[in-house]
Write a protein that binds this ligand. Structure first.
Ligand code: MN
Ligand code: MN
Length: 299
């Protein structure tokens, strides 16, 4: 046996002994996958508490503790076509990172697959949204993220909803859980081009009324972005900019469940493990299961 053969044997043996950290149920190859999970460890423009660059692996570790079977959706996740291609190598400049995400997600979308991004900060979503200019968007967020620029950068995380509006146009973005808006954003003539459901409105009318309204307006292709600070800090404390009086995790799950079959791309951003008690990583992992499970369910 020549050297090449020996190396091949070693490679096979080593690949069994060592692992890249990946979502435990992601057993498919890229070619076979319908869902392509990837991480983007980037939090360069975070303004308050940094650390979302550490989120992707924290979610993967939490995911290890979830049951691989879900009786409610009737799915066994390892049997589903899911792959995890690892983390993007990131540059320093948020514009470059967003461009890199746009380019890599274009491959995934061209191949007929659904991208699922683990951020990283919220600015990264722009790279995905650019691939879906004809879609509507549901955003979970405490913040309106409607600044034109922040700290000198239009690719700051505080600007992502405005960047999305520029791509998708008026009447197509539904942001749920809002409770932090600057005066300047609130008075902006374009502010009403996004439908902001405040956390108070969700509490008052119930999430079903929110779903009904979005259902009437959103069409058949929806991009879904979860900024973890949209959820109440008591349930999701591990975030960069926590805001009291949030919506509940089950409100978010109801939206995912209802719209799953129309969702063309999905992200979870702004989770910051250094401030977590373990609940936020678990919830982020669970949202991934809820998305894939309810999209694949036949019931
Ligand atoms: Mn945000
Ligand atoms: Mn936010």
């Amino acid at each position: 046996m020549g050297n090449n053969g020996r190396q091949k044997d070693h490679a096979a043996e080593l690949s069994v002994m060592f692992s890249h950290r990946k979502i435990a149920d992601a057993q498919a190859t890229y070619e076979d996958a319908r869902y392509v999970i990837f991480g983007v460890p980037f939090d360069q423009t975070s303004s308050f508490r940094r650390g979302s660059r550490l989120a992707p692996d924290s979610v993967r570790v939490a995911y290890d503790n979830l049951e691989s079977f879900d009786f409610q959706y009737g799915v066994n996740y390892p049997d589903l076509p899911i792959c995890d291609i690892g983390d993007l190598y990131v540059e320093e400049d948020p514009k470059e990172v967003v461009d890199d995400i746009e380019r890599s997600v274009k491959h995934i979308v061209d191949d007929g697959k659904i991208p699922i991004m683990l951020g990283g900060e919220h600015s990264l979503s722009t790279g995905l949204v650019r691939n879906f200019p004809d879609a509507s968007m549901i955003v979970i967020d405490a913040h309106s993220d409607f600044r034109n620029e922040y700290m000198g950068n239009i690719y700051n995380h505080a600007c992502v909803t405005r960047r999305s509006l520029e791509i998708l146009g008026p009447g197509k973005i539904f942001s749920v859980g809002t409770r932090s808006v600057s005066k300047e954003e609130y008075e902006d003539p374009d502010f009403s081009k996004v439908r902001y459901f405040s956390a108070n409105e969700v509490r008052k009318t119930g999430i079903e009324a929110v779903i009904d309204e979005i259902k009437k307006k959103a069409g058949d292709r929806i991009y879904f972005s979860i900024d973890m600070d949209g959820i109440d800090p008591s349930e999701a404390p591990g975030v960069g900019t926590p805001e009291p009086y949030g919506i509940s995790s089950t409100d978010v799950r109801a939206l995912i469940n209802h719209f799953a079959k129309k969702i063309v791309g999905f992200d979870i951003v702004e989770f910051t493990p250094v401030y977590d008690n373990g609940n936020t990583s678990m919830l982020a992992a669970k949202f991934i299961q809820d998305f894939i499970g309810s999209r694949e369910t036949h019931s």
